[in-house]
Design a binder for this molecule. Sequence first.
Ligand code: ACM
Ligand code: ZN
Length: 545
Amino acid sequence: MAIISLFLPLSLRAKSEEVKINVIPYPQSVTMGNGTFKSAGANFNCDQAIGSESQRVIKELADKITLISGKTCSFATPVGLTPSIAQGKMKGFIFLKNASYGPEEYSIDITKKKCIVQANGYNGFLYAVMTLKQLMPVAIFSDDLDPNQAFLMPCVSIKDSPRFAYRGFMLDCARHFFSVEEVKKCLDVMALYKINRLHWHLTDDQGWRVEIKKYPRLTEVGAYRNGTMIGKDWKSNDGKRYGGYYTQAQLRDVVAYAQKLGITIIPEIDLPGHMVAALAAYPNLGCTGGPYEVSTKWGIMDQVLCPGKEDMFTFLEGVFTELMDIFPSEYIHIGGDECPKTEWEKCPACQAKIKELGLKATKDHTAEQYLQNYVTARMQKFLNDHGRKIIGWDEILEGDLAEGATVMSWRGVKGGIEASKRGFDVVMSPNSYLYFDYYQSQNLDKEPLAIGGDLPIEKVYGYEPFEGMDASQQKHILGVQANLWTEYIATPSHLEYMMLPRMLALSEIQWCKPEDKNFDRFMTSFKAESARILDTLGYSYRKPE
Ligand code: ACM
Ligand code: ZN
């Protein structure tokens, strides 16, 4: 074949090279064939060994094609379907377990008569389905019957697996509250682009959003604030009581919904700073005893939890006990960012604790900094004793940090570089590339209000997580995450606008090998396919120029 193509006229060769697929994130290996496969009315056969969960996802695809094409796709789960049977006379979609694949790996081989999909685990089959849908006409994302639509797919062979195991997105539902329905809509688009972790920022100075039965005032009091500053006017207040929270039943429902989309939810309780909403509910947890008020303004607050009080640890353990029951995630995020020490310096209980623990200032850190390390270590031990691991913002690195913690690098990349050098696992989410609350263009009169920054999609796309790290550091990089803080984002459409299409660029950083990334190909695919998918699914997004 290669020899024949050498003799093709140049124009024809160029044309065949143009044939490509508009799949995002772009698969690792793509070999185009000739012709098309007709999905409408095709039989679906799944080897029983792939398991009932994977079968459910595949049956949903079969049912969807039936519904919108009007041509029935039969669905069967035979026992002992082997690659050689699949290669034989069988037609239609064939799904096989391939035990040699990684848990998220899949392959798709489409010829005119059949489409063979292989994977080894739930996420592998799920991602194969996501890729198949992107190979089909955009109508697959609609609910409208279109009897003329054959749902053709190009003949192609794809072999695919992710670069990073941790592919995250963080949503701040504390500064502004987003409904279960909107959170699910975010999960849907994450899954479509093979993002597998939702880091859910559930508590902050301006609101506590998670029901804790042992501490009902957290939501009775902490979930509501007496107004919100208007825009960037720090002296203003819109006078509207604002708030909301998720019940434990709702949280469990979201966890189950995410699981079906191959997404693990990592909850964050941000401590010991960013705790004013909790302090408003339980003032005895702070150094001064209050009174406190749920914050109506953004920023970093001096009022923080008091580690000098044993009751404060009892409180945190009570909160995390209920949280662990709701969220099965291996990782629990304990925050750790932006914790001023001004109150601890003056607090008799904190100072007594520093003395009791023998904490001493060093040339690099104050005794109060080591007191924060003590809080981190206690929460780490508590969570480890319950079979979980901690993640924290990169401030947890300052001073001492016990083995086994994972560091989320947000103040640029330096925290991740240092943490990996010190042997900690790292998730890279540098504000310099991956803060989706930053502006998408400097044409500010055309953009909705944002916190600041300058983060066009090209810049996001160009991020290389291993930069500045040697091989021994690179092996500590679990993955990459973008963060969407919502101080200035109050509505679902604004949220989606900030998230999209930058989330798609994120997906290629997380999924693709650096040599497979190509911004021009990505944007062409986005305009040709994904923009239309987002339109069909009803997302708002920033239209590229
Ligand atoms: C952060 O952006 N304060 C983690
Ligand atoms: Zn104190």
